[in-house]
Design a binder for this molecule. Structure first.
Ligand SMILES: Nc1ncnc2c1ncn2[C@@H]1O[C@H](COP(=O)(O)OP(=O)(O)OP(=O)(O)O)[C@@H](O)[C@H]1O
Ligand SMILES: [Mg+2]
Length: 264
C-alpha cells in the first residue's frame, strides 16, 4: 500500500496538548494477594513514544503490574490513566479496544492454528461489531492487517506454517505479532526474549527497536545489555515498590539498584 500524505486538521495547540498527555500514568497502584503486597503505591508516568523498561528481581511485581494495566487483575487500590482516560478495573477486552496490547511471559499462541490465523484472530478481535464496512471489505481489511503484523515480526514467509511447528524464538515473535495485530498505542512485552538463544535475542531486540518507531513500549527484560541499549527510561521495582527510575545511565550508577542487582 502506498503511503498517503496525511492532512492534520488539528490546531498547533491541540497537537501540543495531545503530545503532552502521557500515554500511561499509574497513581499509587497497589495489589494485595492476601497478606502479600505484590505492588505497593506504584506511580509511573510514561511519555508518548517512550520505550520504558521495568526491571527488578524475581517476584518484584513486574508481571503483576502488566496484569493490572491489561485488565487481567483488578488493582486493590490506585488509578490507571491511559492516553488521558481512566481505565482502572476495566475488563481486558475493553482495554484491548482502547489500545493496550501485551505479550505474555509464557507463550500464549494457538499451537494448532497457522501463524497467519493467530494474527488474523487478533486483528479481528479489535473490530467493532457496529462496523459498517461490507463483509468483503472487512475481510480484506483484517487479512491486510494480519499480513502487516506478520511482516513486522519477520514471519510472513511462515504465514501458513502451524504455530506449533515454529521454533521457540519464532513462536515468541509470533506472540508480538498477535499483540501488534490489535493495533495498540501501547505494547507491553513481558520478557519477550525468555528462553531465546543469543542470536534470537539480538534479532528480537532489533524487531522491538523497529516497532518502537511507531508506538510506546513497556518491556520487562532481565538481560541488562538489552535493556540499556533499547530503553529511554527504566523503572526498577523491588518488593512491589518503585526503588528507582531514570535513564539507563542513571540506573546503572544508582547505588540502591546496584545493591539489589548485585545481590540477586
Ligand atoms: N495470582 C497470584 N496469587 C497470589 N500471589 C501472586 C499471584 N501473582 C503473583 N503473586 C505473587 O506476587 C509477587 C509478584 O509476582 P510477579 O509475578 O508480579 O513478579 P515478577 O516481578 O513478574 O517476577 P518474575 O521475574 O519471576 O517474573 C510474587 O511474590 C508472586 O508470588
Ligand atoms: Mg514476571
Amino acid at each position: 500500500m502506498s503511503a498517503q500524505p496525511s492532512i492534520d486538521i488539528r490546531s498547533p495547540a491541540d497537537v501540543r496538548g495531545a503530545a503532552s498527555v502521557p500515554i500511561l500514568k499509574t497513581e499509587l497502584l497497589s495489589v494485595r494477594f492476601g497478606g502479600l503486597a505484590a505492588l505497593s503505591q506504584v506511580s509511573v508516568e510514561m511519555a508518548r513514544g517512550e520505550v520504558r523498561a521495568i526491571i527488578g528481581p524475581n517476584g518484584a511485581g513486574k508481571s503483576t503490574f502488566f496484569n493490572c494495566l491489561t485488565g487481567v487483575l483488578r488493582p486493590t487500590s490506585g488509578r490507571i490513566v491511559f492516553d488521558g482516560e481512566e481505565i482502572t478495573g476495566l475488563r481486558s477486552n475493553m482495554i484491548s479496544q482502547k489500545g493496550i496490547a501485551r505479550s505474555y511471559q509464557i507463550t500464549n499462541i494457538l499451537p494448532n492454528a497457522t501463524a497467519f490465523e493467530n494474527v488474523r484472530i487478533a486483528a479481528q478481535s479489535r473490530r467493532h461489531a457496529w462496523n459498517m464496512v461490507s463483509h468483503h471489505d472487512a475481510f480484506a481489511d483484517i487479512n491486510g492487517k494480519a499480513e502487516v503484523a506478520l511482516t513486522a515480526v519477520g514471519l510472513l514467509d511462515k504465514a501458513h506454517e502451524l504455530a506449533s511447528n515454529l521454533s521457540h524464538g519464532q513462536q515468541r515473535n509470533l506472540e508480538i505479532g498477535i499483540a501488534l495485530a490489535t493495533e495498540p498505542k501501547l505494547l507491553c512485552l513481558d520478557e519477550p526474549t525468555a528462553g531465546m538463544s543469543q542470536v534470537e535475542t539480538n534479532e528480537t531486540m532489533e524487531l522491538v527497536q523497529r516497532i518502537a518507531e511507531n508506538l510506546s513500549i513497556l518491556i520487562v527484560e532481565h538481560d541488562m545489555a538489552v535493556v540499556m541499549g533499547l530503553c529511554d527510561r527504566i523503572t526498577v521495582l523491588h518488593y512491589g515498590r518503585v526503588l528507582a527510575e531514570g535513564t539507563p545511565e542513571e540506573i546503572q550508577q544508582n547505588p540502591k539498584v546496584l545493591e539489589v542487582y548485585l545481590k540477586t
